[in-house]
Design a protein around this ligand. Structure first.
Ligand code: SF4
Length: 198
């Protein structure tokens, strides 16, 4: 059975789905079956809410203050389990909730899910991935034609509703693209962090 909760660099991560509406060229899923202390992150069957809660109950959170939703898939594809399990972890273990996302949840679900996320999520990191729609499509290969615009507007709306929202790009981009990403993030009023490629 795949790990639902796993640790990596002293952070606890929740791997609640393998579904994703992108196929990023750098996605770690395409060349490794696990990351950090996890043994296996491919679920034979998507975990139920009860299974996620059980994994939370079995984890020792003594040294932890935060649970990060980020696994081998896009967490918001399993939005109902994300919201319910995050509410459970917050209430029972007093954890802060962080969401690492591709920012396409509103497209995927065909509705605005930000108010629902804002009820339980304390901080959000959105993968900007590239500074232009063309490069974004090349890098993330999304299932939707207008994904870049939707991701940017998700970030702007999330910023209004959730205390800490930021973009991230991976340092595989050229210096020029990283600078253009900073300019775009600035225009949209969302801070940007450059992450090291794992
Ligand atoms: S959005 Fe995340 S999980 Fe999905 S393909 Fe890209 S890197 Fe992988």
């Amino acid at each position: 059975m795949a790990d639902i909760l796993y640790t990596y660099h002293n952070q606890v991560y929740a791997n609640i789905t393998n579904r994703c509406d992108c196929s990023c060229v750098f996605c770690i899923r395409s060349h490794k079956d696990a990351i950090g202390e996890a043994e296996h992150l491919w679920h034979e069957k998507e975990p139920s809410l009860e299974e996620i809660k059980k994994a939370i109950d079995e984890f020792d959170f003594t040294e932890c203050t935060e649970l990060v939703y980020c696994g081998y898939g896009e967490p918001t594809c399993a939005i109902e389990n994300l919201i319910a399990s995050a509410a459970y972890a917050k209430e029972k273990y007093n954890l802060k909730i962080r969401l690492n996302t591709n920012g396409l949840a509103n497209l995927y679900h065909g509705r605005n899910v930000i108010p629902q996320l804002a009820e339980v999520v304390d901080s959000v990191s959105i993968s900007l991935n590239a500074p232009t729609p063309e490069r974004y499509n090349e890098v993330t290969r999304p299932s939707f034609p207008n994904a870049f615009e939707a991701m940017c507007s998700f970030a702007v709306m999330a910023k209004e509703a959730i205390r800490q929202v930021r973009f991230s790009v991976v340092d595989v981009l050229s210096q020029e693209e990283i600078e253009a990403s900073f300019r775009l993030a600035d225009e949209l009023g969302v801070p940007l962090r450059v992450r090291k490629y794992a």
